[in-house]
Design a protein around this ligand. Structure first.
Ligand code: 4AZ
Length: 254
């Protein structure tokens, strides 16, 4: 009975949300993004189709996501949804179970670093992958660099996740700013991004998803205190730091 009520209420809310979509689209403080322009953007769901994380196609059959999105899950309990901008549009794109999950062997928790995982798909997908940053790409993390974050996560700290793919642009902050915000911040393995006043950010459900600059995947959405709060930037995996660990998993044939 309660579940029916929840179902009816969420249906009503979903209808209401469609009507006001243009007024306040977000990740938080963001806007709609098309899947055509961002074909490598994927989301992860459970077997029932509930979306809980993001990911990026980095090779035709490899999805990079956060370790905390994959940990404790079996491949058969997971689905990678690709080619689908609207989570409710079952006719677009594909939903596939991975055949295997690789989690960085040093991963403990998101705020300790190594928050990376790779899902291997049963076959190549017909969507353009996005290459990840490598050792030589350190300049892409310079403070002030405006980076693009994408996902289907919450559009308010305690709100619902987004039906549509959203994007926002946030500036990379200097390491001392990130450390002031979070004493556990690990400068070598992470970067943080956001405005000092907050307002624009990733949120729950965006984890595992892409941070993009200059046609490269430079980060993975990882953690933060709340969402879009003043003085609490989003924290992202500094992918160039993990390129060496990722290459043999993403390109096993080479
Ligand atoms: C999360 O819980 C999460 N504001 C993702 C991103 C941020 C905070 C939390 C950054 O998945």
């Amino acid at each position: 009975m309660r579940r029916l009520l929840v179902l009816v209420l969420s249906a009503l809310l979903a209808t209401a949300a469609v009507g006001t979509a243009a007024a306040d689209e977000r990740i938080i403080g963001g806007e709609r993004a098309s899947i055509e322009a961002n074909p490598w953007a994927v989301h992860l769901t459970d077997v029932r189709g509930n979306q809980f994380c993001g990911g990026t196609l980095v090779a035709p059959a490899k999805v990079l996501t956060a370790a905390h999105c994959a940990l404790g899950r079996s491949p058969r309990d997971l689905r990678v949804v690709a080619g689908r901008e609207d989570k409710q549009d079952r006719r677009s794109g594909v939903s596939v179970a991975p055949v295997s999950i690789w989690i960085h062997k040093q991963y403990v928790s998101a705020d300790k670093g190594e928050d990376v995982a790779v899902l291997t798909l049963p076959e190549a997908l017909p969507y353009e992958p996005l290459p990840f940053a490598e050792e030589a790409d350190a300049a892409l993390y310079e403070p002030g660099t405006r980076v693009r974050v994408l996902g289907w996560g919450r559009t308010a700290e305690n709100g619902r996740t987004s039906r549509y793919l959203l994007q926002a642009t946030v500036p990379v902050q200097p390491d001392d700013y990130c450390l002031d915000a979070y004493p556990q911040f690990v400068s070598a393995d992470m970067f943080c991004a956001g405005y000092e006043g907050g307002r624009v950010d990733t949120c729950q459900g965006d984890s595992g998803g892409p941070v993009v600059v200059g046609g490269k995947l430079i980060g993975v959405t990882s953690w933060g205190e709340g969402c879009a709060r003043r003085g609490k930037p989003g924290v992202y995996v500094q992918l160039s730091r993990y390129a060496q660990d990722l290459r043999p998993v993403v390109y096993p044939e080479s």
